[in-house]
Design a protein around this ligand. Structure first.
Ligand code: DGJ
Length: 727
């Protein structure tokens, strides 16, 4: 059993870690340990109690001035009851008071991972069912119950946390803040968040965790390009291979809040969950609210191990469907080749050439429907433009399939253009505040996904299109942030529920589509990586990583993405040069080497390739087939980050039989010594041959000495080296 729960001691054990808390003499859940694996033994002795001025003592502590909720490390904290730190939960009772004080009532241990209603969650498998601890708490002065839900995935060193709140009273309680995670940790830390903007997502940014709060999040209706809902907390001196570090990641795609702050005594409080800004939820009598799941991991061996934990658990227990472990179709997407301007002969010529070059699927991007020759119109009219397609969508897709290709389609279901039949028929379906003209973004408005009638319409329309096309794949895009939050279907006092209900609505539609089309591969997208999160990965096992397809920028985008998300989830394509976003020209082989760090595919017209580029494409496709299983299923290594002259990364088979190293020369300087790259992921005792370098050494020697690339590479050149274990 991974869960120990006896005599008020609760301990969750994974392969290398333990998470522990106790229910103390007052029924308060006191956090006592999260870190390296320990025996099932209370660590409460390490929790000091002392009288601290201006830190109040709960009434039931009597004359004990050393007992204060303000100084205890807690599993859950509510505002208003004497813990003045940033709370996990905040609510307003029917009488207008805002305090809550949750104390232990009961617990149960369940032998399997638990799902969350309408929300993504890690799931158990036959081999690894997971375990769950549910601790029920009750507010001392009301009928509000909280169930803290802890999941354990021992193999991957992952703990999950969530909370449900139930109102067993007779009048509504208003939830003002429901975060999923509250964790009080001793010691000094830095926090690394992954920040950016459209076309430059997930750039690591590190700040010390001090008394001035480190906080970030999204209020954009999606997890956002600007801040990813995942962050690291590292002990001083943590590197890729050494040091104690924690990772926190929210399986949620809507507005979120993340923060870490040292309290008055220097202990760090970590919080993660739904963004409280613009959130208010009315919890009626008998109602239950479920918070999204937070994923936690600890590594005592640096960031590489931490990333492997998240990669493994997401691949095994989050991504679903037939492509969970299967090779994804090697696709070509027409977006950068044609944008909105295409016709049937052009698309079929592109597809024919693609098929001849060994590509496996054509994805028809934006512009195939309604009146959609630019981004000014057409969204919502998911009816094929038969003029552009030279006939029905079904016939076009059949022609593509006749070339030996699978067929995929782009849609942006949550959006509507004002210039569309859908908007003209249902202007009230667009998100807008009555009396205020809603802001446009990319010229478009947002559909009210909180409404069941809107979702029913979309389900019927999308299903009809997918069925007609017999689509193998859907690219689900979302090209703007959501503002003007308002739903005509919600009463005024429930308007604070809009953003969360929007996300739940999108999840519900995705779930219905997957149930109706179980073989459909959905690739998530939000102007590239604006909704790249663990929530979406539950529905879409791959996500277009960024609209920036420049290989050099992509190195840092994919680097930042790799801290939490596995390479099999990272949509990455080779596009034409000069690059559309940066105007940079990079060798084809480098573009292919970088795209091979993700799902791999193309975003260009193969008819425009030079003979050399055609050769390079054929070679890249062959390489992809030879070793992409390492990328998809193996362990990822960040050998040299994008900050230096040479960036390098590797993927190693789980059995360590093969390791693929990719290095790209980012800058070249006068008389610089050739780079010596570190190498990891080999079995020290085995011998490995690298045919490209013409050398054979033990794994120990390779890893101790690293790889010296004797010829200094020109700027932007790449090398890919395969290390194969000798029999
Ligand atoms: C944004 C996506 O990220 C692009 O790849 C493309 O699909 C466009 N939208 C189409 O409008």
């Amino acid at each position: 059993m991974a869960i120990y729960a006896q005599n008020g001691l609760f301990q969750l054990n994974t392969r290398n870690t333990s998470y522990q808390f106790t229910a103390d003499e007052h029924g308060v859940l006191v956090h006592t340990w999260y870190g390296a694996r320990i025996p099932n033994e209370s660590m409460a002795a390490g929790i000091w109690r002392q009288d601290v001025g201006f830190s109040p003592n709960p009434a039931d502590a009597g004359a004990d001035r050393a007992y204060s909720l303000d100084t205890l490390p807690q599993e859950v904290s509510c505002g208003g009851e004497g813990d003045f730190r940033e709370p996990m939960l905040e609510l307003t009772h029917p009488d207008g008071s805002t305090a809550a004080d949750l104390r232990y009532q009961s617990h149960e241990v369940l032998p399997a991972a638990q799902s969350l209603p309408g929300l993504p969650a890690l799931y158990g498998t036959g081999e690894e069912p997971g375990e769950t601890l549910v601790v029920t708490l009750k507010d001392t002065a009301s009928e509000l119950y909280a169930r803290l839900i802890y999941g354990v995935f021992p193999q991957q060193d992952i703990i999950t946390r969530s909370v449900t709140l139930e109102n067993r009273g007779t009048a509504p309680v208003t939830l003002e803040r429901v975060l999923s995670l509250c964790l009080d940790l001793d010691g000094a830390f830095t926090l690394t968040a992954f920040c950016g903007r459209h076309a430059m997502e997930r750039q690591p940014e590190t700040v010390p965790v001090g008394r001035v709060k480190a906080e970030f999040g999204s209020v954009r209706g999606a997890s956002s390009h600007q801040y990813n809902p995942a962050f690291l907390l590292c002990r001083p001196g943590t590197t890729e291979t050494a040091g104690g570090c924690y990772g926190f990641c929210l399986a949620y795609s809507g507005n979120f809040l993340a923060c870490a702050q040292a309290d008055q005594m220097g202990r760090a409080r970590v919080l993660l969950g739904i963004q409280p800004r613009q959130f208010r939820w009315e919890l009626g009598p008998g109602a239950v609210f479920a918070a999204p799941q937070a994923l936690l991991s600890y590594s005592g061996q640096g960031l590489e191990r931490l990333s492997h934990n998240f990669h493994d658990v997401m691949r095994e227990h989050l991504c679903r469907g037939p492509y969970k472990h299967a090779p994804r179709p090697l696709l070509i997407n027409n977006w950068e080749a044609t944008h909105f301007t295409f016709d049937r002969p052009q698309l079929l010529a592109l597809a024919r050439q693609a098929a001849a070059l060994g590509i496996e699927m054509l994805v028809l991007d934006d512009g195939w429907f309604g009146k959609r020759d630019s981004d000014a119109s057409g969204l919502g009219d998911w009816f094929p433009n038969e003029q552009k397609l030279g006939g029905t969508l079904g016939a076009f897709a059949a022609d593509v399939r006749a070339l030996g290709l699978k067929f995929g389609l782009w849609m942006e279901p949550e959006m509507v253009s004002e210039d569309s039949a859908l908007y003209r028929a249902h202007p009230d379906w667009a998100v807008a505040i009555p009396g205020r003209a809603p802001a446009r973004s990319r010229g478009q408005l947002v559909l009210d996904m909180t409404r069941a009638d809107v979702r029913d319409y979309l389900f019927a329309r999308l299903s009809a299109v997918l069925a007609e096309a017999k689509a193998d794949y859907l690219k689900w895009d979302m090209n703007r942030s959501v503002c003007d939050a308002f739903s005509r279907a919600l009463p005024a006092h429930r308007m604070g529920e809009f953003y969360h209900r929007f996300t739940l609505g999108t999840y519900e539609l995705l779930e219905r589509l997957l149930a109706a089309f179980p073989h459909l591969l959905i690739e998530g997208c939000s102007g590239g990586g604006g909704r790249f999160d663990a929530g979406m990965l539950y529905y879409t096992p791959q996500i277009w990583c960024s609209d920036n397809t420049d290989a050099i920028d992509r190195i840092s985008i994919q680097y930042g993405t790799s801290f939490f998300y596995p390479a099999c989830a990272v949509g990455a394509h080779v596009s034409a040069c000069p690059n559309e976003q940066t105007q940079r020209t990079v060798p084809f082989s480098t573009r292919a080497a970088v795209a091979m760090g993700g799902t791999f595919g193309y975003e260009l017209d193969p008819n425009t390739l030079t003979p050399q580029e055609r050769e390079a494409m054929l070679a890249a496709n062959a390489d992809y087939r030879r070793w992409h299983d390492l990328v998809r299923e193996g362990d990822a290594f960040r050998l040299a980050g994008p900050g230096g002259d040479t960036a390098a990364w590797a993927f190693a088979a789980k059995d360590k039989s093969r390791v693929l190293v990719t290095a790209v020369q980012l800058a070249r300087r006068g008389y610089a010594a050739p780079p010596c790259l570190p190498l990891r992921g080999l079995d020290p005792a085995a011998r490995y041959r690298c045919a490209a370098l013409g050398q054979t050494h033990t794994g120990a020697a390779w890893m101790a000495g690293g790889i010296t690339i004797k010829t200094l590479l020109p700027q932007y050149a790449a090398v890919q080296l395969l290390f194969e274990r000798e029999a």
